[in-house]
Write a protein that binds this ligand. Structure first.
Ligand code: UDP
Length: 195
């Protein structure tokens, strides 16, 4: 798919079905890939936070999240194929994961939230494997055990909801130790789907 560029950050201009296919292909090939979503707020952070900016530049894929990028594209006279944000992508990813049989690990948000999301998803997609969950308020001492839990779960997709840029920094810092091929930073997604 074609690329967009905002403040030097390449963003993929694609459709929702292609975005889901792309994830499924990385899972099939077991190809390690960091997937991030950016909105104008993230671009502001990338402007001042060099480490976050570099993570976006190194990411396998950056997708446009929300109306802000859409408006930016219109101002630049570029047609955005779709607003491929995490909130809309998530149910489609769950559908594909249930069909294909790969598992998801939900890491982040306050204690109980990821479990509530898992219960909701399990009710909606009976064939979906939620390989594991963990809240996002563990100490540095507990980090090793959390990574062990993720790896032992056999999950193919790790969704991390610590907020931007903490989730991206965490995924980058531990990329070599994490087994799930696809790693995604998903911000406030679990809070949204926990109700
Ligand atoms: N969070 C977390 N650990 C932390 C700080 C935040 O798990 O140490 C969670 C928080 O509970 C919330 C999410 O990260 O679920 C941040 O959501 P927000 O909407 O702020 O994300 P952003 O707008 O940065 O994508």
């Amino acid at each position: 798919p074609p690329m967009l560029e905002f403040f030097g950050i390449p963003i993929v201009n694609t459709t929702m079905p292609e975005a889901v296919d792309w994830i499924a292909e990385r899972v099939r090939a077991r190809e390690p890939a960091l997937l991030t979503f950016v909105n104008p707020d993230c671009l502001n952070i990338a402007y001042v936070d060099a480490a976050y900016r570099q993570i976006l530049l190194d990411a396998a894929r950056v997708l446009p999240d929300g109306i802000g990028i859409h408006i930016g594209c219109r101002m630049l006279g570029v047609a955005l194929q779709a607003n491929v944000n995490g909130t809309d992508l998530f149910p489609k990813l769950c559908e594909r994961a249930a069909q294909t049989g790969f598992g998801l690990f939900l890491l982040g948000a306050r204690p109980g939230i990821a479990e509530a999301v898992a219960a909701n998803l399990q009710a909606q997609y009976p064939n979906l494997t939620i390989a594991g969950t963990h809240h996002g308020y563990f100490s540095p001492d507990e980090e090793g055990a959390v990574i062990e839990q993720i790896n032992a779960s056999g999950a193919a997709v790790l969704l991390v909801a610590f907020g931007v840029p903490r989730q991206e920094a965490w995924l980058a810092a531990h990329q070599a130790r994490l087994h799930p091929p696809v790693r995604m930073g998903v911000g406030g997604l679990f809070d949204f789907y926990s109700g």
